[in-house]
Design a protein around this ligand. Structure first.
Ligand code: SF4
Length: 384
């Protein structure tokens, strides 16, 4: 039987790492071999000595890292740690997005780290061809309120638009352009690289590295928790940090990598297909119906399932519970064992999941109403 610390990986399809494509990465093990990402399991004991690891870490959802030990070292020695995340405002914020925020809240509460949230409005406009108005409104009305409702402390969080920040940040972008070659960027991001993607990539490097500057707190380390598809930005930022180590106060950022959620339709969770995701603002009854329509890892007939058991490692409903709805490890282990032994069938399992989800959404949406007015106090939108 699989332990919850090593939830089985998804089936192997193809490896491609491109932050601008919609490809799902399904060969997580190859990230270790090809790109030098290390298994997160190896740092769990050290983390456990310090604090209780987050459920996403204990359950293998956060599966990889770069230099997480350096981050722990800074925490242990009482140094200053920053956590950076980028936010691409597009469509509804859903449970796939929530995983990053859960980790930010954890680092903020448990490790006392300062959180930086970069709203990638420049990238959304230049690379993804979104309208400025749509992106700015989506950030202000959809994403930031949900971030706050999920527990980010506005007092300990810096939220900024890439197009509306401070001069020292823009200086980094300009300086970085000197020591990066086109060939190097093509090796990281692929051949299809025009001015928009180059500018977006250098901007992302400044997002990741600017908390090291004294003007932004002089942090001793920046940790970036990301989905594996965002690793190219980390590789570029780490290379740049090395090249500027004599000129500017920068350091090598650390990172962690989490699995991307499977959609309820069995493929990638996509903002263009509402049935594939649960939005944080979905009316609870509607979300419950999506759960009842979801694919599962169940067998063709009830008789077969009683005999063979279900396949939770292929089941979006199990993921929903493991990633979001069952915080207690023993309760989740029981669901896993009931499923693989055929003691529970998918109909009942979905109903119970739908109830958990309705309760979570109801509480979240109440919090959402109470934080909406805070948004204008925590972020200044660009004029155009
Ligand atoms: S019983 Fe639940 S966890 Fe198991 S396959 Fe069915 S829906 Fe998924």
């Amino acid at each position: 039987m699989h332990s919850l610390n090593s939830l089985p990986v998804l089936p192997i399809v193809a490896l491609r790492i491109d932050p601008w494509s919609s490809t799902t990465i399904k060969e997580y093990e190859k990230l270790f071999a090809y790109f030098g990402i290390k298994p997160f399991n190896e740092v769990l004991p050290e983390l456990s000595e310090l604090v209780e690891p987050h459920p996403l870490m204990r359950r293998g959802v956060v599966f990889g890292h770069r230099d997480f030990r350096n981050f722990l070292q800074v925490i242990k020695s009482g140094g200053k740690a920053a956590i950076l995340t980028g936010l691409m405002p597009s469509g509804k914020m859903h449970l796939g997005h929530k995983m990053v925020i859960d980790q930010l809240v954890y680092y903020q509460k448990v490790m006392k780290a300062k959180v930086f949230v970069a709203i990638a409005d420049v990238e959304a406009y230049a690379v993804r061809k979104k309208s400025r108005k749509e992106v700015i409104e989506s950030a202000l009305n959809e994403y930031i309120p949900n971030y706050l409702a999920l527990g980010l402390d506005p007092e300990k969080t810096v939220i900024y638009f890439q197009s509306n920040y401070r001069p020292e940040y823009y200086r980094l972008i300009q300086l970085f352009s000197r020591k990066v070659t086109l060939a190097e960027m093509q090796a990281i991001y692929g051949q299809d690289l025009g001015p928009a993607k180059i500018m977006a990539a250098l901007t992302q490097a400044a997002d990741i590295l600017h908390p090291y500057l004294n003007e932004f707190g002089g942090h001793d380390i920046v940790l970036v928790p990301v989905g594996a598809d965002q690793d190219p930005h980390l590789r570029l930022a780490r290379d740049i940090a090395d090249r500027y180590s004599n000129d500017i106060r920068l350091g090598r950022p650390a990172s962690t990598y989490h699995r991307l959620m499977t959609g309820l339709t069995g493929d990638k969770m996509s903002s263009s297909r509402p049935d594939s995701y649960i939005a944080l603002t979905d009316p609870p009854e509607e979300a419950a119906k999506k759960v009842m329509r979801s694919l599962t890892g169940g067998r063709a007939t009830a008789e077969e399932q009683r005999k063979l058991g279900g396949e939770p490692q292929k089941c979006p409903i199990f993921e929903l519970n493991a990633y979001h709805l069952i915080p207690d490890d023993n309760e989740l282990r029981k669901l896993y064992e009931d499923c693989v032994s055929g003691r529970i069938l998918c109909g009942r399992c979905k109903k119970e999941t739908a109830e958990r989800l309705k309760e979570f959404l109801k509480e979240h949406q109440e919090r959402l109403n109470s934080v909406k007015d805070l948004v204008k106090e925590v972020v200044k939108p660009p004029a155009f």
